[in-house]
Ligand binder design. Structure first.
Ligand code: ATP
Ligand code: MG
Length: 327
């Protein structure tokens, strides 16, 4: 079986974009691959985060992975910082990553904002840590949202560069797996920006743990426009984003959906979308409550996951160190 690796940062609450762009796709094809899914807590410290929050978010995210349907028969789940080789290989990879490559990464520019001088260098090296995550496990496929395409491309370049420099196959060259639908869910507040956990405004996203009342409120105030036509239209990103979410949740075609709401207003459409969201998220929330209430079992599962993946991470790190002349 081909290997799949992916991860999510335990910053804040997992949202609909993370679910539709990533987790849902992992679940759908998990039986076809040898899967490793990580909770990337080392990435989460690239921007300031409260220690207690980081600790609990890490557990919450693991519980959500399981609640969304990831099955330990097919997947290994673990916490990035529990396997030291992630930090180790990142240093090694840093030394082979041209600054020019990192300067081109758009996520850094967005997240650093105006604050170039005081932002931590970890944020700048984020893509190198991510490359390490992927390369440690000799990964074939990396299922991610569209915003991570550039980072996976850089990972490929870096792997190729090191393989050819030392004339041997140290790393498998990975490939991004990005779906055509759901790969870029937009913010409910500003539909020209992607939905993000780190957005300071909670109305901009629906989290997987939002209750029906909250979902209703957030969808009701989601930005649309004054045209009041329920139609897919790239020139109207607000309603189109909501329609795309509806399309993924119902599995219907654009034509069928537009016909369903012909002659109806945004209010009717938003009510239908709210129902679908509640319907999708309720069972996840129920399973989540059960899983999070047994913390010892969850801790145990994460420890087992780290123990299972560590040998491969060690082998890859040793391979690279030997090639370089270290160790
Ligand atoms: P942050 O703002 O902290 O970076 P995030 O919402 O971007 O949070 P990440 O943990 O960085 O979440 O990404 C986890 C996964 O979710 C990645 O595969 C990423 O591509 C995907 N993803 C993130 N945002 C979206 C989105 N709006 N639509 C679809 N997929 C997304
Ligand atoms: Mg992100």
């Amino acid at each position: 079986k081909k290997r799949v690796f992916s991860g999510i940062q335990p910053t804040n609450n997992v949202h609909l974009g993370n679910y539709l762009g990533a987790i849902r796709n992992w679940v759908e094809t998990q039986d076809q691959y040898d899967n490793i899914f990580c909770i990337v807590d080392l990435h989460a410290i690239t921007l300031p985060i409260d220690p207690k929050e980081l600790h609990i978010n890490t557990r919450k995210l693991a519980a959500l992975y399981l609640a969304c349907g990831l099955d330990t028969r097919y997947c290994k789940l673990f916490v990035q910082s529990h396997v030291r080789q992630h930090a180790e290989i990142q240093w090694l990879l840093n030394c082979y990553t041209p600054m020019g490559w990192l300067n081109r990464m758009t996520q850094f520019k967005t997240k650093a904002g105006e604050d170039m001088d005081s932002v931590g260098t970890g944020l700048y090296c984020y893509p190198v840590l991510m490359a390490g995550d992927i390369l440690l496990y000799q990964t074939h496929y990396v299922p991610v949202g569209d915003d991570q395409r550039q980072h996976v491309e850089m990972t490929r370049d870096l792997a190729q560069r090191i393989n050819s420099l030392y004339g041997k196959q140290i790393f498998t060259i990975p490939e991004a797996q990005i779906r055509t639908s759901g790969a870029r869910i937009m913010s409910l507040e500003d539909p020209t920006k992607k939905m993000s956990k780190s957005d300071p405004n909670p109305s901009s996203y629906i989290t997987l743990l939002d209750d029906p009342k909250t979902i209703k409120k957030k969808i009701a105030r989601a930005t649309t426009d004054s045209e009041r036509l329920v139609k897919f239209d790239p020139a109207r990103p607000g309603i189109t984003n909501l329609l795309s979410i509806y399309q993924i949740l119902t599995g219907q075609t654009q034509e069928v959906i537009e016909a369903e709401f012909e002659g109806k207003g945004y209010g009717d459409f938003k009510a239908a979308l709210t129902d679908r969201l509640v319907e999708t998220l309720s069972p996840i929330q129920q399973r989540y409550q059960e899983i999070i209430s047994d913390m010892p079992a969850l801790e145990n599962l994460l420890k087992q996951g780290a123990d299972d993946v560590r040998p491969l991470a060690e082998r890859t790190t040793e391979k690279m160190k030997r090639a370089i002349g270290l160790g």
